[in-house]
Design a protein around this ligand. Sequence first.
Ligand code: URA
Length: 239
Amino acid sequence: MTQTTQRLDKLLCHAKGLSRSEVKKGLHQGWAEVNGVVSKKGDIKVRSTDLVLWQGVRVEPLGSQYLMLNKPVGYEVTRVSQHHATVFDLLAELPGLDRIQPVGRLDVETSGLLFLTDDGQWAHRLMSPRHHQPKVYLAELAEPLVEGAEQRLAEGLWLKHEKEKTRPASLERLSPTRIRLTVTEGRYHQVRRMLAALNNRVLSLHREAIGGLVLDETQLPAGSWCSLSADEVADLGSA
Ligand code: URA
């Protein structure tokens, strides 16, 4: 999962937060050393075990990044948006941001847990329908939920324009109009469409957990992010 080699100029850009032209200038001045040898070339490959110095100071190799974000309502999960702020605005100062991608999507109006990473294989494993990672949502509904919803959700629902029923989902009723719903798929607008199929409407939606990882809002308020621990990365990627 960790990168083993990387171009020297890219490493310096990401690790030191420098532009490409700043790195180029510094390389030309002889500011970079790899294992004790000055390198003026940016395109050489360095390994994570190589000792890289920039103006005599050690440059830590950047491994892959794994982030969890508490997405606020009103932010779009996209790189560029004409109408909304984006989740990338919340990560603005992060080195290596250009390589980071969201793992799946949340609607603009949905809040809660979103992973982002530059490790494409990990993201793929996490999103793969074969892995059936449970995703837990809290939803406020416009109407009291119908009786028998538990069984219909467990049996699977037909959603408009879909060829297969939804996979079994489990429901916890927190009040007549507030539910906790656990699904193991990630279809387009899935929760909103499931509630529409039960003749209801979602007023607000929040993702509480993915796999075993529960978003703790006291530690990570809306709009903030943190790196996942190595154990969390391993657990999520192996489930
Ligand atoms: N289901 C939805 O309808 N929207 C989301 O953002 C996530 C799941």
